[in-house]
Design a protein around this ligand. Structure first.
Ligand code: SF4
Length: 374
C-alpha cells in the first residue's frame, strides 16, 4: 500500500555532518507550504487508487512547521487521497522544537508517531555537531512527548563520533533505553564530501575513529538493545515488537510512494523520480504547474541490485524464491555463485530459502551487497 513522503527543507542551523537538502532561511516557509499543497493536488493520481498507509514528514526539520502549516497540508492530503484510518503518520522533530505547548498542539493533528533527532545525550557531542539543542532538551523532550500522549516515539542516535569512547556510547544507549521510546535509529557517522565535517577531515583537522572502534560500538548497540527487548529489523533500525517503522519498511519492500517537496524522491515500481533541490525553483515551478524534476526508468539490473542492497540489510533477508520468480535464471545463478564464499566465510547465513547477514556480515554490509550485484 502506498505512502506519502513530504520533504520540509528548513533547518535552524547546519549540522556539520549533514548533506540533506535544507535552507537555514525560513522566509519562504509559507510559500513552501502552499507549493507542497499544490504538488499534492497536481500528483494525486501518482498513487493510483491505493489507500495511503503511511505519511512521513522528513527534512530538514519538519518540527519548524506550525500546527496551522501542518493542518493546511493535512487538509490537502485528506481531500485528495484515500488515507487509511490507522495510517502511520510520522513527523521528524528536533528536541529544541518539542516544547510542551508545541507537543500539545501536535497531538491535536493527525501525527501519531515522532522521530526525534537526539543524536547524542552528551553536550560535548551536540556542540561539536553544531546541533541546535542541548542534552537537557534531548532528555526532557522524550518525557514530555510521552506525557503529551505520544506512544510511538523513535529517536536517532549517532555513533562513530571522533573521540567518543565505547563507554560514552554505552552511556548514551543506557539513557536512551530508559526513556519511553519504541524505536531507535542508530547511524555510524559518515563523512560526506560537501559538509563541514568533510572539510575538517580532508584538511586533517579531525580524525575519524578506526573501523575497529566503530565495530565495537555497533556490537555494543546490538547487545544493549537486545537486552532491552528491541529487535534489530534493519542494520540501523531497532524497535520494540510491533513498532517497525511502516514507512521505512515500505521503502525496503519496494512499495510505491509519492515524494513531495524539493529534493523528494518518488517511486512507482518502474520509475524513480526526484524533484529539483532548490527551494525557490521548486516553489516557482510548482506554482506555475511546471514542476522541475528528473527521473530514471529502473532496468532489471537496477531492480535486482536494489533488491539485494535493501533486503540484505533487513531481518527478512533475501528471499530466494521471490528472486527466482522475479528475475531470470541467470540472475539467480549469479547470486548463488557470488554468495558462496561469503556463506563459507560465515558472513552470510542461509535458512529456509533466504539469505541473511550474520553479525560479521552486518559489519561489511555495503561492500558485501555490492559484491553480489550483477
Ligand atoms: S537538523 Fe537534520 S536535516 Fe537539519 S542540518 Fe541537522 S541533521 Fe541536517
Amino acid at each position: 500500500m502506498p505512502g506519502i513522503y513530504l520533504h520540509i527543507p528548513f533547518c535552524k542551523q547546519a549540522c556539520n555532518y549533514c548533506d540533506f537538502h535544507f535552507s537555514t532561511s525560513l522566509t519562504s516557509k509559507s510559500a513552501m507550504v502552499a507549493a507542497i499543497q499544490n504538488e499534492l493536488i497536481q500528483r494525486k493520481e501518482y498513487t493510483g487508487s491505493g489507500i495511503i498507509e503511511t505519511i512521513y514528514f522528513g527534512g530538514g526539520t519538519p518540527s519548524l512547521l506550525t500546527k496551522a502549516d501542518l493542518l493546511q497540508i493535512f487538509d490537502t492530503i485528506y481531500a485528495n487521497f484515500n488515507v487509511a484510518s490507522d495510517a502511520e503518520i510520522t513527523l521528524e522533530a528536533n528536541p529544541d522544537d518539542l516544547t510542551p505547548d508545541y507537543l500539545k498542539e501536535l497531538k491535536t493533528t493527525p501525527v501519531n508517531r515522532l522521530s526525534i533527532g537526539i543524536q547524542s545525550f552528551r553536550n560535548e557531542d551536540l556542540l561539536w555537531m553544531n546541533r541546535a539543542h542541548h542534552s537537557g532538551q534531548a532528555l526532557s523532550c522524550v518525557e514530555e512527548a510521552a506525557a503529551a500522549g505520544f506512544n510511538n516515539i523513535s529517536i536517532d542516535l549517532i555513533y562513530g563520533i571522533p573521540d567518543m569512547t565505547n563507554d560514552q556510547w554505552k552511556e548514551n544507549l543506557k539513557i536512551a533505553l530508559q526513556l519511553p521510546v519504541t524505536h531507535l535509529s542508530c547511524y555510524c557517522l559518515t563523512v560526506e564530501p560537501k559538509t563541514a565535517l568533510g572539510h575538517f577531515v580532508s584538511k586533517k583537522y579531525l580524525k575519524m575513529p578506526e573501523d575497529e572502534l566503530t565495530s565495537i560500538q555497533f556490537k555494543t548497540l546490538l547487545s544493549a538493545a537486545e537486552k532491552a527487548g528491541f529487535i534489530q529489523y534493519e542494520i540501523s533500525n531497532l524497535c520494540k515488537p510491533g513498532y517497525f517503522s511502516k514507512h521505512n519498511t515500505s521503502y525496503w519492500k519496494g512499495i510505491h510512494y509519492l515524494g513531495v517537496g524539493p529534493s523528494a524522491h518518488s517511486f512507482n515500481g518502474i520509475t524513480r523520480e526526484w524533484n529539483v533541490s532548490k527551494n525557490a525553483l521548486y516553489i516557482k515551478s510548482v506554482m506555475e504547474n511546471n514542476r522541475k524534476s528528473e527521473s530514471e526508468v529502473l532496468t532489471t539490473e537496477n531492480r535486482f541490485n536494489e533488491y539485494i542492497m535493501v533486503s540484505l540489510r533487513t531481518m527478512w533477508g533475501i528471499d530466494l524464491n521471490y528472486l527466482k520468480s522475479t528475475f531470470s535464471d541467470d540472475y539467480y545463478k549469479h547470486l548463488l555463485t557470488e554468495a558462496t564464499p561469503f556463506i563459507a566465510g560465515g558472513d552470510l547465513v542461509t535458512n529456509n530459502d533466504h539469505l541473511y547477514l550474520s553479525i560479521s556480515g552486518k559489519l561489511i554490509a555495503d561492500k558485501l551487497a555490492s559484491d553480489l550485484f550483477i
